[in-house]
Design a protein around this ligand. Structure first.
Ligand code: NIG
Ligand code: FE
Length: 414
């Protein structure tokens, strides 16, 4: 057993676990001051105020104790949207961006996603695994305990499967909880430009059956946006995915009011992500749904785009989740603490709202809110302890400070 005692503040505790937190409730963050947290095996066994700590004498023999004086304990961040299995990097395009080219212009010139697809094609599975493992270790150090990883830099049957096999291997090798998403519809590959229907058919008739058969994906995604996939194509692909039991998590409304939010909701998507272009109609549509609106401020920051209207969404009663979008083109960072700062500074979310958005709500966006995303009895013991800090608001405020100190995943210090 592992006991953390004298915790200055135990953050995001739940007596009665919820599936998500919406609207004005997002501004409430349940905490216990001067707390203890008891972990048995890989689960949270108990928590409460230090003064109520009562451990059976017999248990003391097998107990490891951490004194957390001055420090806070949080549930691990849940990063529900990443593309972290990729080959190489794209800093040269980033210079094109500095010189004034837009994301869409770079994509049109064969840069962007197609560039990453070329790099990935020329990288073998073991090399790809090694590159991706480094990123997983990096995000674990930032306090992330559960992560969703998408394919989408393969764009051929063979290479999409290569990515998803790497995700499966990462899941076995690392203590993080990993969910995988098939994103064959990330871009139309060079070979099929002018014959896009053929590519959509390839996704549906060739890639999906193999991926489902080998159980390589939990979810299905489509980049439903201007210059990428249309609403009709998206619907066709999501319906095909649903036949194999793959729920949708889609890229929507990043570059335009694409209709992506509506088609996602119509197809029962677990989440719709990006949402820079979200108006009243989209908000209304989301309010009647079980779809989690997921915001990725790291991408808007890196690409210098407009930020999604988070304030309006929350004030309308919606839940909001936050994720990093870790990828080589639009968000080459998986640092969830920085996402927390961006959410506060750029999306005008309160620290409490942002913390809820990147724990319990992003757990929901991976179908994990029963087991992750808060400090609750019986949940997986994925938590991190901070360096000594004065308040939890200090986390987003000190936006480059390394404040995540000790990481515990599945009950073990890593
Ligand atoms: O989530 N928007 C689509 N896909 C990624 C970016 C992909 C890339 O540029 O490599 C995203 O931002
Ligand atoms: Fe993305």
């Amino acid at each position: 057993m592992l006991l953390i005692k004298n915790i200055k503040k135990l953050v995001q505790v739940e007596e009665k676990p919820r599936t998500w937190i919406a609207g004005k409730d997002m501004a409430q963050l349940n905490c216990i001051d001067n707390a203890f947290l008891l972990i048995a095996d890989d689960k949270i066994a108990d928590f409460g105020e230090n003064k109520d700590l009562n451990i059976e004498t017999a248990d003391y023999n097998s107990l490891t104790t951490i004194d957390a004086s001055g420090r806070m304990v949080f549930p691990s961040f849940c990063d529900s949207h990443t593309h972290l299995v990729y080959a190489g990097s794209r800093e040269i395009e980033y210079i094109d961006k500095i010189r004034g080219l837009s994301y869409a212009e770079i994509a049109k010139r064969g840069g962007g996603i197609l560039n990453s697809a070329k790099l990935l094609h020329n990288t073998d599975e073991d090399d790809l695994l090694e590159q991706s493992l480094k990123r997983i270790e990096e995000i674990a150090g930032y306090g992330t305990g559960a992560v969703e990883i998408k394919s989408g830099y393969g764009l051929s049957t063979e290479d999409e499967i290569k990515i998803l096999r790497v995700v499966k291997r990462l899941n076995k090798m690392t203590p993080l909880t990993i969910k995988s998403t098939f994103l064959g519809a990330h871009a139309v590959p060079e070979k099929y430009i002018g014959e896009r229907k053929k590519y959509v058919d390839l996704i549906i008739n060739e890639m999906l059956p193999i991926i489902a058969d080998e159980k390589l994906a939990d979810f299905i995604d489509v980049f439903c946006d201007n210059g990428f996939f249309t609403v009709e194509e998206t619907k066709k692909i999501l319906i095909a995915g649903a036949k194999y039991g793959l729920q949708a998590k889609i890229h929507a409304n990043e570059l335009a009011a694409s209709g992506g939010i509506q088609v996602g909701v119509e197809c029962g998507a677990l989440s719709v992500d990006h949402l820079e272009y979200t108006g009243d109609d989209e908000i209304k549509c989301l309010l009647d749904s079980k779809t989690m609106p997921t915001l990725l401020p790291g991408a808007a920051f890196f690409l210098g785009m407009n930020y999604p209207p988070a304030r309006k969404m929350i004030d309308s009663g919606l839940p909001v989740a936050l994720a990093s979008d870790y990828n080589p083109g639009s968000s080459p960072s998986g640092d969830m603490k920085f996402v927390l700062s961006l959410a506060c500074i750029k999306l005008k979310m309160l620290p409490e709202e942002a913390i809820n958005a990147m724990t319990i709500n992003s757990a929901y966006a991976m179908n994990l809110s029963q087991t992750h995303g808060s400090i609750a009895r019986g949940k997986i013991a994925n938590v991190f302890m901070t360096k000594p800090i004065t308040t939890y608001e200090f986390l987003p405020y000190a936006y480059t400070a390394k404040l995540v100190d000790t990481v515990i995943l599945n009950g073990k210090i890593i």
